[in-house]
Design a protein around this ligand. Structure first.
Ligand SMILES: NC(=O)c1ccc[n+]([C@@H]2O[C@H](COP(=O)([O-])OP(=O)(O)OC[C@H]3O[C@@H](n4cnc5c(N)ncnc54)[C@H](O)[C@@H]3O)[C@@H](O)[C@H]2O)c1
Length: 263
């Protein structure tokens, strides 16, 4: 079978660099081009002396010359949508890890993917463990009446609560289908955290942390903690590699890695 031809946009970024390395390690994939706004030369050297691939700050010439089947995007939301429009027009499938896409933008991705007969996997979290944490929390939410979330991230993270904490709370509430119990303080205090869907979320920001989350559920005489720790950005790679393999077989939008895992 011919290897899947892949272009990475955001190839010089923290996650993009990992994607470049991971794709190069796959015998059934070939990195054929790289795009990054920070590009200062027209080639990217591959790890382990595997040679070079064309590199450009612009996606269009790379799509034209490299003819990929899949574009992987880890950049910023403003860069993703022009890339989606350009790639789908050329029949290129999409794997998007960039966060911050609006629901209107997701609808547009779905529409464009269907119109051009390509697949688009968009996943706000490619870490298998994080996806499993949410899945397990959804199951537990049906049985235990109390729940709080502690999310811990590096001090440079700008948003709080994290997108993962928000989507965990929403998924738990939807799975439960009835309100959680909550210990209302006598006097309002920020130290009790932020309420989302009846679940209190506590955000911790410290240097030394990467991305961590603990969902703690409580019932009479017991607690259950489900915790995920991101130790390095390598954690996203099995999910990204799975998405590249699967997206070439799909049409339309697949939102969330859980769909590809059959959860
Ligand atoms: N889905 C997930 O599992 C997951 C995991 C980690 C990070 N992320 C998201 O991935 C994105 C990238 O994260 P990061 O930590 O690698 O950031 P980063 O800043 O290290 O890398 C982003 C790269 O994109 C490049 N870029 C920006 N605009 C561009 C454009 N218009 N064209 C081409 N390249 C452009 C930048 O030059 C940079 O090299 C963020 O949105 C982040 O939230 C998602």
């Amino acid at each position: 079978m011919k290897p899947i031809r892949v272009v990475v946009q955001g190839a010089l970024g923290k996650v993009g660099r990992e994607v470049v390395n991971a794709v190069c390690c796959q015998s059934d994939m070939e990195l054929v081009g790289a795009v990054d706004l920070k590009a200062t030369q027209d080639y990217l050297s591959l790890p382990d002396n595997l040679g070079t691939v064309p590199l450009s700050p612009d996606l269009e010439p790379i799509l034209k010359s490299s003819k990929p089947e899949v574009l992987v995007d880890f950049t910023v939301a403003q860069a993703s949508m022009p890339a989606v429009r350009m790639a789908t027009k050329r029949g290129v499938n999409l794997v998007i890890g960039t966060t911050g896409l609006s629901s209107d933008e997701l609808s547009e991705i779905e529409h464009l993917a269907l119109e051009h007969n390509v697949g688009a996997v968009v996943a706000p979290n490619f870490a298998l463990g994080a996806v499993l944490m949410i899945h397990l929390a959804k199951i537990a939410a049906k049985y235990l009446d109390w729940a709080e979330i502690i999310e811990l991230h590096h001090h440079q993270k700008v948003d709080a609560p994290s997108g993962t904490a928000l989507s965990t709370a929403r998924a738990m509430a939807q799975s439960r289908g009835r309100p959680f119990s909550y210990a209302e303080p006598k006097k309002a205090t920020p130290s009790r955290g932020e309420q989302v869907e009846g679940i209190t979320i506590h955000s911790i920001r410290l240097p030394g942390l990467l991305a961590h989350q603990e969902v703690i559920l409580g019932g009479a005489g017991q607690t259950l903690a489900i915790r995920h720790d991101t130790i390095s950005r390598e954690c996203y790679m099995p999910g990204v590699i799975l998405a590249i393999k699967e997206v070439v077989k799909k049409k339309g939008l697949i939102y969330g890695l859980d769909k590809l895992l059959g959860l």
